[in-house]
Design a protein around this ligand. Structure first.
Ligand SMILES: CC(C)(COP(=O)(O)OP(=O)(O)OC[C@H]1O[C@@H](n2cnc3c(N)ncnc32)[C@H](O)[C@@H]1OP(=O)(O)O)[C@@H](O)C(=O)NCCC(=O)NCCS
Length: 166
C-alpha cells in the first residue's frame, strides 16, 4: 500500500491498537474505545482501517491512522488522526490519499466526512485535497457540543486526485 505516497501505509492490525489508542486519546475530546476500533476491524465488508508507520515497518511504530467505509460508490471517512509528534509532516495527507485510492479500487467515486466546525486544521487539509464544505449538521457533536461541517469530494476531483502522479 501507499506506493504513491512518501508515507508508509499498511492495514491496521489488532497489535497496533495500543499505539492507535494512545494517538486517539491525545487527539479527541471523545476518543473511540478499543471495542469501537475492534468492531471496525471486524466489519471487513464495508470498513477499512489503515495505519501510517515510521522507520522499519516491521516495528509497527504507528504515527497515524484512518478509518473509512466504502459503500457502493461512496467513501465515508469516520476517523483520522496523526500522533502529535508527527504532525505537519504530511502523514494525514498520505493516509487520506491511500484511503481514497483503496476505496476507489472498491468502486467509490465520491467521498464524504464530518468535521467539527472549529477544526480549521482538518478542514484546511481536506480543502487542499479538493474536498468542499457542503452543509452544516447542527449539534452533531457532544463534549463540547458543536456543529459538524459535512465535506465532500466530487467525482471529478476524486478521479483527478487518484490518478495524479505524486
Ligand atoms: C488534522 C490532523 C489529522 C492533520 O494531521 P497532519 O499529519 O499534521 O496533517 P498533514 O501534515 O498531512 O497536513 C496536510 C495539510 O493540512 C493542513 N494542516 C494540517 N495541520 C494544520 C495546522 N495545524 N494548521 C494549519 N493547517 C494545517 C495544511 O494545509 C497541511 O499542509 P502543509 O503542512 O503543507 O501546510 C492532525 O492535526 C490531528 O490528528 N488532529 C487531531 C484529530 C483531528 O482533528 N482529526 C481530524 C478529524 S476530521
Amino acid at each position: 500500500m501507499g506506493k504513491k505516497s512518501e508515507v508508509a501505509v499498511d492495514f491496521m492490525k489488532k497489535e497496533d491498537l495500543d499505539r492507535v489508542l494512545a494517538i486517539e486519546q491525545a487527539s479527541f475530546s471523545m476518543p473511540w474505545s478499543r471495542n469501537l476500533f475492534l468492531a471496525e476491524l471486524r466489519n471487513r465488508a464495508v470498513s477499512t482501517s489503515l495505519v501510517s508507520l515510521a522507520g522499519d515497518p516491521a516495528e509497527r511504530v504507528v504515527t497515524g491512522y484512518i478509518v473509512f467505509w466504502t459503500v457502493e460508490d461512496e467513501m465515508h471517512i469516520l476517523n483520522l488522526a496523526t500522533a502529535p509528534a508527527f504532525r505537519r509532516q504530511a502523514v494525514a495527507k498520505g493516509l487520506v490519499h491511500a484511503g481514497l485510492r483503496h476505496a476507489y479500487g472498491r468502486g467509490a467515486r465520491r467521498a464524504f466526512l464530518e468535521v467539527r466546525a472549529s477544526n480549521a486544521e482538518a478542514q484546511k487539509l481536506y480543502l487542499d485535497l479538493g474536498f468542499t464544505g457542503s452543509f452544516v449538521r447542527r449539534g452533531y457533536y457532544d463534549e463540547p457540543a458543536e456543529d459538524a461541517v459535512v465535506m465532500a469530494l466530487a467525482p471529478g476531483a476524486y478521479k483527478a486526485l487518484v490518478e495524479q502522479k505524486d
